[in-house]
Design a protein. Sequence first.
Length: 96
Amino acid sequence: MALSQPATFNEAWSDDRVFAYLNCLPPDGESADFYVLYTAYKHMRPFDFERLLTRFKADGRNVNATNRDGQTLAQAIAPHAQQSAPFIELLNRFAA
């Protein structure tokens, strides 16, 4: 049996860890801003996502960036309403 790292929950994320997502490189043809937001959404809690959005917006990046299908992150994650609601709320607040 292979050994695996035990799962950890609710650990504090350092600024370095949160802001490292700003450097995620997208696949060819994907918006860099959308990809950063999508990757962060998949891995972060809302509190950390808000920290990322603060820096993201301060850096002049586009909270309303779209994917290849023309959807913003808020539109793309809307079908996951129970999980995505706090993220959509943050995205709407920072898009204003």
